[in-house]
Design a protein. Structure first.
Length: 442
């Protein structure tokens, strides 16, 4: 099957699903549109709308006790059910994208078709690399990554189709084409940023077309260890989506709701991901762990040394980075998947041993300390250690890898936003004076 035939088959499958889903949503709104699904407190209004149910996202949902579910499937289930690379054990990101887009578990052929389509359209336009090369190599990798995405807006199929005139019910079709083309190029863009920022601009061309999307990213970064290719498949899969309310997903949806194309929308989402309270947290965690190691004399500390350090950290008014989550109330399954990977491939790695010691000690200490609502680790508590093990020590680049992964979920969601005809997002804001007036009214 050719690349064009693969994309056409994907569109044909979605076409039937879009029509059915559109009718279902219309029926729900018609028959139950006035039913309340959330109430908003003053604390939530001031507190970033935390926990307010006011969005619909089809691709994933976060359960406080079970963690993220992609179209209903947990991470352990997906590690068992998704297609794998030949000889590999980790799920292919291509399969995960097929799942969040269609709602169906992919076959090996389905994942291979996505991989083939992406690898066939991976070449960056020359003007993108020319623009990047005009920037200082000290420019933050996330800035380069975001600008590289935005620069490709000139390629938008949706914009050209919209300008010619098309039915609103057809908006999803060119949006899908844009999403597929952009996803195809993201690993090449990310690797280009990495090599120009940290390896003197000595770029590595894409591998043979038979290599999968994540494996090719590892190759272009210059890390040829087969284990690192497996890590990239794991990393890109587990970071792909986290329902619709997080900053990168919500921003992509918000900008897209104005009918901005996927390039504008994803670039904006990436800018949100770059914040230290969102995607940047993984590098902040690693910096802290390295600091723990250094302050405790280097090497692996004793249990007593580490526990004292954790208590001193909390008693000084600081937090333990990587522990706690806005929604989760158990260990993040994404953390567990990474821990299992490390236990298999690097059980004696000093940094992993420290990460594991923190995992064994921190939850109990946090519970005794009494201020943490959730004492369990999240995904950021582990990912940096795995990257360092394979020689990717450039912390500032970690969030770019996060962005390559997150693009799959948010762009699949954007396709469905267009398919369902969701309107421009425009919540009502109020003033503090208005709130004070409501309080007086009782």
């Amino acid at each position: 099957m050719s690349c064009h035939e693969s994309v056409a088959a994907l569109k044909k499958k979605l076409d039937a699903k879009v029509a059915a889903m559109r009718d279902e949503v219309k029926g729900i709104i018609k028959d139950h549109g006035q039913k309340k699904i959330s109430e908003v407190t003053i604390e939530q209004a001031y507190g970033g709308a935390r926990g307010v149910k006011c969005m619909v996202t089809e691709t994933s949902a976060l359960d406080p006790m079970e963690g993220i579910r992609f179209r209903g499937y947990s991470i352990p289930e997906l590690q068992e059910k998704l297609p794998r690379a030949k000889g590999g054990e980790q799920p292919l990101p291509e399969g995960l994208f097929y799942l969040v887009l269609t709602g169906e578990l992919p076959t090996n052929d389905d994942a291979a078709a996505i991989s083939k389509a992406w690898r066939a359209h991976e070449t960056l336009p020359p003007y993108v690399t020319k623009m990047l090369d005009a920037m200082p190599t000290t420019t933050h990798p996330m800035t380069q990554f975001s600008l590289g995405i935005l620069a490709m807006q000139n390629e938008s199929v949706f914009v050209k189709a919209y300008q010619k005139g098309m039915k609103k019910t057809e908006y999803w079709d060119p949006t899908l084409e844009d999403a597929m083309n952009l996803l195809a190029r993201l690993p090449v863009l990310a690797a280009y940023v990495y090599r120009r920022s940290y390896h003197g601009g000595k770029h590595i061309p894409p591998a043979d077309k038979n290599l999968d999307w994540g494996g090719n990213l590892a190759h272009m970064m210059g890390v040829e260890n087969p284990e690192f290719k497996e890590l990239m498949r794991l990393y890109l899969t587990i970071h792909a989506d986290h329902e619709g309310g997080n900053v990168s997903a919500h921003t992509t949806h918000l900008v897209g709701s104005a009918l901005s194309d996927v390039y504008y929308s994803l670039s904006a989402g990436i800018n949100g991901l770059a914040g230290p309270l969102h995607g940047l947290a993984n590098q902040e965690v690693l910096r802290w762990i390295m600091d723990v190691k250094a302050k405790l004399g280097g090497g692996v500390p004793t249990k007593e040394q580490l526990e004292k350090f954790l208590w001193d950290t909390l008693n000084s008014g600081q937090v333990i980075p990587g522990y706690g989550h806005a929604v989760l109330r158990k260990t993040d399954p994404r953390y567990t998947a990474q821990q299992q990977f490390a236990q298999k491939y690097m059980p004696n790695d000093e940094l992993f041993r420290i990460v594991k010691m923190i995992f064994d000690a921190a939850p109990d200490i946090l519970m005794k300390h009494g201020k943490a609502k959730n004492p369990w680790p999240n995904v950021d508590a582990h990912s940096g250690q795995l990257l360092v093990h394979y020689g990717v020590t450039e912390y500032d680049f970690y969030t770019v890898l996060f962005g390559v992964s997150r693009a799959m979920g948010v762009l699949a969601s954007l396709v469905w936003d267009r398919a369902l005809g969701l309107p421009i997002e425009r919540p009502k804001s109020v003033t503090t004076e208005w709130i004070k007036g409501e309080i007086k009214k009782g």
